[in-house]
Design a protein around this ligand. Structure first.
Ligand SMILES: [Zn+2]
Length: 242
């Protein structure tokens, strides 16, 4: 199946209310995941992560959430948190917790799983959020800025102010601050964004350009790119000019 098949709509439109997912499977290893979307996780509640978390809606776990947890932990998606039930199967000694809580992002229709790690007595009480990156901006969205939140969190802000996890394909994996595939992938994505005046925010068909833009790569590989910042298309063009 080609991703350009005319009826394959992978970008959720809240006005429309549905989107398609394509699954990837390696049955001999028990692996199933999204065939098109990159997966993303957020360890720390930065300002942008909190903004995104604030719009999440709790929901019953559905098959999309199972893509975000190890197969043997799928049953835990259905267990309450220790905060709700001290005798939950995911509770540890009625105080610790290793539950998974399901929600979704109503703007992009993507599944979200919050992975709870609370030790008994609560010395450590931490949530990691896992989700899928969108495959593009939504119909009618326009690019306003590219955001580096932490060295590993990348976002787009639309002209309507909506915060979007940077669109990423399954073969993606953006990063900054060293020489390698992640910074090359990000530089190649930004090159396309600049060349299309922000019109085409979909991930590249390949992980990165055969010859990534030299100045963009120099920047994505640098320490400067590890700093939290928000950049317009003009800012990105300045970086590209060097
Ligand atoms: Zn919990």
């Amino acid at each position: 199946m080609s991703r350009t098949q005319h009826d394959l709509q992978t970008t959720y439109d809240p006005n429309q209310g549905w989107s398609h997912f394509v699954l990837y499977s390696e049955p001999q290893y028990g692996i199933a995941s999204s065939g098109l979307h990159g997966s993303v996780s957020f360890e720390r509640p930065t300002r942008r992560v909190k903004e995104w978390q604030d719009r999440l809606q709790k929901c019953e776990p559905n098959p999309l959430h199972t893509l975000l947890v190890e197969s043997r932990k799928i049953p835990s998606l259905f267990h309450p948190c220790v905060y709700e039930d001290r005798n939950s199967p995911s509770a540890v000694a009625q105080d610790g917790c290793v539950c998974f809580q399901a929600s979704y992002d109503p703007e992009f229709g993507l599944p979200v799983v919050a992975d709870h790690h609370r030790t008994v007595s609560g010395n450590i009480d931490h949530w990691t959020y896992r989700t899928l990156a969108p495959t593009d901006l939504r119909p009618g969205d326009s690019f306003a800025s590219f955001i580096i939140d932490e060295a590993t969190n990348f976002w787009i802000r639309t002209t309507a102010g909506v915060l979007v996890i940077l669109p990423e394909a399954r073969h993606g994996g953006y990063s900054v601050g060293y020489s390698g595939g992640g910074p090359n992938a990000l530089a190649s994505y930004l090159r396309k964004l600049i060349e299309t005046d922000g019109e085409d925010a979909a991930p590249l068909e390949h992980r990165f350009d055969e010859k990534p833009d030299r100045k963009l790569v120099a920047w994505t590989s640098s320490k400067e790119a590890q700093r939290p910042q928000e950049l317009t298309l003009d800012d990105l063009r300045r970086i590209q000019r060097g």
